[in-house]
Design a protein around this ligand. Structure first.
Ligand code: SF4
Ligand code: SF4
Ligand code: SF4
Length: 177
């Protein structure tokens, strides 16, 4: 089992429904977020290209945040999901500093928080909240070890990239290009 997500940069319209759904589902405090939308503009007028993409923790296979955590609060869970055990987190912020994607934030209650791939939903057979609300169906989630999962099918059909591959973190969020 290897959970992963694919984000279709050609279909995302930047509506931020994924961000709002995540905040509601995961009770993310006001002013913080577990996912966000990035707009990258390249080229010169009139040949301008815009890429919109929904970003979150990449659930890296080789994650510096897990390696540097002094208490083991940051850990790999089933299917490679990178989780934070809030009870063991001392809020030192080492993981926040180590993440090349700025995917974590300090929760006002004293622990570090980030995307969980909605583990509480996917282990019960539901899609992650962000995936389930996206109006253009541009988010695909599932098990990479299952060739018929939504994410595997999406990656078989299209070219894709990961963010900052040079960091060596082996991200498990893929961007369809
Ligand atoms: Fe893009 Fe879908 Fe998020 Fe809207 S809900 S910003 S279309 S990923
Ligand atoms: Fe850790 Fe950042 Fe990778 Fe998420 S994106 S697993 S927080 S290094
Ligand atoms: Fe938020 Fe869940 Fe989507 Fe992660 S998978 S960004 S926790 S809604």
């Amino acid at each position: 089992m290897r959970y992963a997500m694919a984000v279709d940069t050609k279909k995302c319209v930047g509506c931020s429904d994924c961000v709002v759904a995540c905040q509601a589902e995961n009770k993310v405090p006001i002013g913080f977020c577990r996912d966000w939308v990035v707009e990258i503009v390249t080229g010169k007028f009139p040949e301008v290209k815009v890429e919109l993409r929904s970003e979150r923790c990449n659930h890296c296979k080789n994650s510096p945040c897990v390696r540097c955590c002094p208490t083991g609060a940051s850990h790999y869970s089933d299917g490679g999901i990178v989780m934070v055990n809030g009870d063991d987190c001392i809020g030192c912020g080492a993981c926040i500093q180590s993440c090349p994607y700025d995917a974590r934030y300090s929760h006002p209650e004293g622990f570090v928080d980030k995307c969980t791939f909605c583990q509480h939903r996917v282990t019960r057979g539901y899609k992650p909240a962000c995936v389930s609300v996206c109006p253009t169906n541009c988010l695909y989630f599932g098990d990479l070890d299952n060739p018929k999962s939504d994410v595997s099918v999406a990656l078989q059909k299209r070219k894709y990239k990961v963010l900052a591959p040079e960091a060596g973190t082996k991200p498990q969020v893929y961007f369809l290009i």
